[in-house]
Structures are given as structure tokens and as C-alpha cells.
Write a protein that binds this ligand. Structure first.
Ligand SMILES: O=C(O)CCC(=O)C(=O)O
Length: 234
């Protein structure tokens, strides 16, 4: 399939990924292990993984993706509009409409998805160096009122492969639950530049976003949040 190249001015592998990980003072019970990042229910959270320059670079690259593959309002199989807008890059985009949840190799307008920007691939390689290359870079736009219900990421074929999530813009209250629906959940604030990895025991945990704290970040040109999730699909 023909793919348009949408890379920015070039990889910024040098300084934009923070090498010094300092746990936040507001975070209690940090359980650090041999890789940087703290563990919450098996999910690895790299606080402040991207510095502001790195975040801006990723946002610029995402603007180019959205020019080629515009954000759309997804509709659940029951016909309910989701509150986030979505687009994607990579070989596949995740979509939902009356026909169901699925990966598709075309944007709903019929054009192929753009390539995953190198600035985003660099994050994947840094945090999950052993994993296969991501095939989907799902991009969610949260306006101030948007949220995402508790769900599992399970439309992929190989659950041994991780899901990597990058937060940009306003803070989000992220809820993480269990491998089955129900039971106790835990909530944490995800902030701009944070990177979360769900793999192993956390790969199939229910998770969602309860709310956005509008105006907590100046990264984007309006209140809201972008979340990027990278997945291996096949
Ligand atoms: O916005 C987030 O942090 C989570 C996004 C998510 O759960 C998803 O795209 O499946």
C-alpha cells in the first residue's frame, strides 16, 4: 500500500527524551524496579518522559498526520457518538462505527493512514526495545469535556506485544482496573510528556479516562489533551 511520508524535519533523538527520571513528590508508594519508571498494577509509568521540546516536536508531527487523515467522531456499534475525536497513523487505524470495533487499513474517508512519525517511533523504541514495531498509532483528541469509559485493548492478535501511551496537553485522570470488569480501581493523573506501558500482567487491564483538567498545560493552542497509543495489531 502506498504511504505518504509525513515526517517532520528529522529525528530528534538527542535530548528530547528525558534520561533523568525523578519520581513526583505527590506520588506515594513508588515501586521502582530495574527500568526507570514506576509500576502501577503492572503498568509502567514514565513520568515526564518527553520534555517540552520533545512534546512540541510530537505535536507538530501529529498536526501533519491530522492534515492527511483528519480527526473524526467515532460512533460505537450501538450508535453512540464517542466524546473523543480520533485519527491514526501506521499500517492500521483503530475505528468504530455501526459495523463494530476493528482495525482498518483505511481512514473512514478512504485514504490510507499516514506513516507513524519518527518522533513517536523513537518513544516506542526507547521504552519497549524488545517489542515488534508498532502497526497502529491511534490518536485521541480530548476536548475539556471528553472522557473514555473503562475498556480493554483487545482487538490485537498478539497480547504478548505491549501498548504504549503518550500523553500531551492537559492533565487526565486515568483509571486503571483489573483484567475482568469490576473490582477496585486506582486513579492517577497523567500529565503532558508522560509515557505509560501496558504489557505482561497489565496488558489486558481495564482502563479509561474519567476527566480532563482543562487549562493545566500550555502545550496545545486550546484546552484539551492528545493521547497517542501505539499498538502491534497483527
Ligand atoms: O487517553 C488515554 O490515556 C487512554 C486511551 C485509551 O485507553 C485507548 O485509546 O484505548
Amino acid at each position: 500500500m502506498r504511504k505518504r511520508s509525513l515526517q517532520g524535519p528529522g529525528p530528534r533523538f538527542g535530548g528530547y527524551i528525558r534520561r533523568a527520571f525523578s519520581p513526583r513528590k505527590d506520588v506515594k508508594d513508588d515501586k521502582l524496579n530495574d527500568m526507570p519508571g514506576r509500576i502501577i498494577r503492572g503498568m509502567r509509568l514514565h513520568d515526564g518522559f518527553l520534555d517540552v521540546e520533545g512534546q512540541r516536536g510530537v505535536v507538530d508531527d501529529l498536526r501533519r498526520v491530522a492534515q492527511a487523515a483528519p480527526f473524526f467522531v467515532p460512533v460505537t456499534p450501538r450508535g453512540q457518538k464517542m466524546s473523543v475525536k480520533m485519527t491514526a497513523a501506521g499500517a492500521f487505524g483503530w475505528i468504530t462505527d455501526r459495523k463494530g470495533y476493528r482495525y482498518d487499513d483505511l481512514h473512514p474517508s478512504g485514504v490510507p493512514w499516514p506513516e507513524i512519525p519518527t518522533s513517536i517511533l523513537a518513544v516506542w523504541r526507547a521504552v519497549v526495545p524488545e517489542a515488534r514495531a508498532p502497526e497502529c498509532c491511534l490518536i485521541n483528541w480530548y476536548g475539556p469535556e471528553a472522557k473514555m469509559g473503562l475498556h480493554q485493548d483487545r482487538d490485537e492478535a498478539d497480547f504478548t506485544q505491549p501498548v504504549v501511551s503518550i500523553s500531551l496537553g492537559d492533565d487526565a485522570l486515568f483509571r486503571i482496573g483489573n483484567a475482568e470488569r469490576g473490582g477496585k480501581t486506582e486513579s492517577i493523573w497523567l500529565r503532558s510528556g508522560d509515557v505509560a506501558v501496558m504489557e505482561g500482567t497489565s496488558r489486558l487491564l481495564f482502563h479509561g479516562v474519567d476527566r480532563i483538567a482543562a487549562g493545566t498545560s500550555q502545550l496545545l493552542d486550546k484546552p484539551g489533551r492528545i493521547n497517542v497509543t501505539l499498538r502491534v495489531v497483527t
